[in-house]
Write a protein that binds this ligand. Structure first.
Ligand code: BG6
Length: 477
């Protein structure tokens, strides 16, 4: 048995991390555009407006906006069947609350999609990948405000209508469940344009915001299907499976409870209603959430067609441990400990290929919906040699082992899997740290943490390796 012949091999990126074209186009600032660069252990700062004395790595990204033809040609050369990216919301609605979309922004994606389609590469599009217009965050409080549901729907409608015949695969919100860590500001800000820490009860604020976003997602799914019934519209979940540290019963139960942080948004988006563990949590904590009868109806009518998810690592919890999580960006919790059986990357992310098989089976057995691995990869420091070559055997090894486990999930466990798009297929700005040196690509980009570099592209060893993987439909690893 092998992978389906239509399996969507490709790569993934997100507008704010690679497009650039922020300062010299009609694009408005997004929430990502006011984030400075940090480093491992040094958080990115979210500034109020743009501070001319600070460096914002996303403003130039890797300048895909001006170089997309060259980059798409490399994707085609690697044999990509699909390319996952996002539409920068603030390119289409620079402030977010305009009545009409911005033609220059719409035209850019028309040109990009035409370029992809000319090579037979299917665009896989995330509507909102940490790119809410800054104005909506600043003036309306982002998704803390019910009005933002309509702003998002205007954006979704403009995209669905314009690209109706060019894009079939959509996702609503990238890693919508990141904000379950409501203690680290980066997640509420990038998911929802909100600072949960400014509210009296940050957890309650997160659930309110999450609710409006879930309604927006469900209404977008229904709207998309009414515009083109052939659209496949999914959600997108950050899946960091949680293992119990030991077979101590309290570790088992803790791991199960903490998995609610992974499942909550997905449960609503797939099943169309709130899970009872969440309702009990609201009741126990006396949360006073604005959830209307109409919202409940809307959630029911907008369930997703497939589940997109990212997988980078697993996490292990010990019920006897308590730690602070306000700066963590690795999916860990107050009970997390190192897993003695697993190595970690230079950024402390656990390397666990078998965890991908585990995640796929958990998802599939819970929902019985088609799955799409829309992010997976190894962020590492690459060195470009004098002759221009980049030797990245560690990346090949990481991806090979993950693909092996992915195939086991399909071939032995019967998981329905639509495709695999490794993250950062061309080097881009890291989301959590804003660095360039945390590289994921098959293509090296000459750009450094401080913004220096020629932006020139070159192939890494993993480029030809992945090309072979795609050509053999995953047989030659
Ligand atoms: C996911 C995001 O969290 O992980 C991407 O969807 C992000 O936007 C990716 O880039 C890897 O994270 P990082 O911080 O290594 O770039």
């Amino acid at each position: 048995m092998a992978l389906d012949k239509d399996f969507l091999w490709g790569g993934a990126l997100a507008a704010h991390q690679f497009e650039g074209g922020v300062l010299d186009t009609s694009k408005g600032y997004s929430v990502a555009d006011v984030m400075t660069a940090g480093a491992h252990g040094v958080p990115r700062v979210i500034t109020d407006q743009i501070d001319p004395d600070k460096y914002y790595p996303n403003h130039v990204g890797i300048d895909f906006y001006h170089r997309y033809k060259e980059d798409v040609a490399m994707m085609a050369d690697m044999g990509f069947k699909c390319f996952r990216t996002s539409i920068a919301w603030s390119r289409i609605f620079p402030n977010g609350d305009e009545a009409e979309p911005n033609e220059e922004g719409l035209q850019f994606y028309d040109d990009l999609f035409d370029e992809l389609l000319s090579y037979g590469i299917e665009p896989v599009i995330t509507l909102s990948h940490f790119e809410m217009p800054y104005h909506l965050a600043k003036e309306y409080g982002g998704f803390m405000n019910r009005k933002t549901i309509d702003f998002f729907l205007n954006f979704a409608e403009a995209c669905f209508k314009r690209y109706k015949n060019k894009v079939k695969y959509w996702m609503t919100f990238n890693e919508i469940n990141n904000q379950m860590n409501f203690k680290n500001d980066i997640f509420g800000w990038t998911n929802s344009g909100a600072h949960f820490g400014n509210y009296e009860n940050p957890e309650e604020a997160m659930y309110q915001c999450g609710h409006y976003e879930l309604v927006a997602s469900a209404k977008a799914v229904a709207l998309g299907h009414s515009i083109n019934p052939d659209f496949q519209i999914g959600n997108m979940i950050a899946m960091v499976p949680i293992y119990p540290f030991s077979c101590r019963p309290s570790d088992m139960v803790l791991a199960q409870q903490q998995m609610h942080d992974r499942w909550f948004f997905c449960d609503v988006q797939v099943r169309g209603h709130y899970p009872r563990y969440a309702l009990k949590n609201f009741e126990r904590k006396n949360f006073n959430l604005d959830i209307t009868e109409q919202d409940i109806e809307d959630l029911k009518n907008g369930t997703v067609d497939y589940i997109g998810f990212s997988y980078y690592m697993t996490n292990t919890v010990d019920s006897t441990v308590h730690r602070d999580t306000s700066t963590v960006t690795d999916g860990s919790s107050e009970h997390s400990v190192a897993n003695p059986f697993i190595e970690v990357s230079d950024w402390g992310w656990a390397i666990d290929p078998e965890g991908l098989r585990y995640a796929l089976s958990e998802f599939y057995e819970r929902y019985e919906k088609p799955l799409f691995i829309v992010e997976n990869g190894f962020g590492a420091i690459d060195v470009k040699e004098d002759d221009g070559s980049v030797h990245d055997p560690y990346r090949i090894e990481y991806l090979r082992k993950h693909i092996e486990q992915m195939k086991l999930a399909v071939e032995e466990d019967g998981v329905e899997l639509m495709g695999y798009t490794p993250w950062g297929c061309i080097d881009c700005v890291s989301f959590t740290t804003g660095e360039m040196k945390k590289r994921y690509g098959f293509v090296y980009v000459d750009r450094n943490n401080d913004g220096s570099g020629t932006l020139e592209r070159s192939k890494k060893d993993s480029y030809d390796w992945y090309k072979k993987v795609v050509a053999s439909n995953g047989e030659e690893l």
